[in-house]
Each structure stands twice: as structure tokens, then as C-alpha cells.
Design a protein around this ligand. Sequence first.
Ligand code: 1AG
Length: 135
Amino acid sequence: MPASLCGTWDMLSNVNFEGYMIALGIGLSTRKVALRLKHRKVIEKISEVYVIKTLSTFKNYALSFRINEEFDEYTKGLDGRHCKSVVTWEGNRMVCTQKGEKKNRGWAHWIEDDKLHLELYCEGQICKQVFKQVA
Ligand code: 1AG
């Protein structure tokens, strides 16, 4: 049974978010604002449905899904693309594959040393984020 990712988590570090945003085709002015943000993750599991909210002072993004069930994802307010996404458990890692226009796109969440880790990847760029629990 994987460690629960549920809770409220605040960003401690964000490595190569710039490279990830460039891979997604985000323009310079948006990247400049986005790079300064501290993200908060709020992760809930309601019955079999996971809800992951990413909150910031600039934009918010919410995703809900069931494990192993493909869903249509629209990255509204982010790069604005449509993906066929699926989230699975790989050991203690919650792994999402986002099939669409961008190759090799997805993310993985896991807990390590009481921290929430997130890798976001797209076309060879990897962004690494770490969060500490606040609630
Ligand atoms: C995600 O997290 C995405 C969450 O799926 C946001 C992370 C990266 C933003 C993606 C692309 C950059 C596009 C535009 C930049 C503009 C604003 C940045 C705003 C960031 C806060 C929303 C994976 C997982 C489940 O936690 O969602």
C-alpha cells in the first residue's frame, strides 16, 4: 500500500521549471511570473477519486481522476492542451502519463523523508519540485 499523498503541501524547491515551461511552449512573460511562484498542493481522496489542486497567487489548476482509468485532461490556464491522461501506482510512485501533442509528457508524485516530491517531464525536460507538509 503506497504512503498517502493526501494533505496540504507547500513548495520548498523548484528545479528546472523554466526548462519544463519552455518545452511546453510557454512564452517569456508568463514564464517570468510563473518562475517566482510558490505552489501549494492540496491532495484529497474522496472514495476512489483523487483530487489534486495546485494553488498559487497567479493561477490555480485542479485535476481529478481514478487510478488506472484514462481521462480527458485539458490543461486549462497552463499550456491549454488536451491530453489523454492516466494515473497508475508504480510501487510508491503515483505516475501520470499525458498522451497528446507533446512527447514523453507526464509527472510522478511520491513521498520521501516526509516530503512530497514531484517530477514534471516533457520532451526531455525534467522539473523537480519538493513540498513540505503544512496540514
Ligand atoms: C500538474 O501537476 C501541473 C501543476 O499537473 C502546475 C505545474 C506546472 C505548470 C504547468 C505548465 C506551465 C504553464 C504555464 C505557467 C503558468 C503558471 C504556472 C502556475 C502554476 C500553478 C498552477 C502535477 C500534479 C497533478 O500535481 O496536477
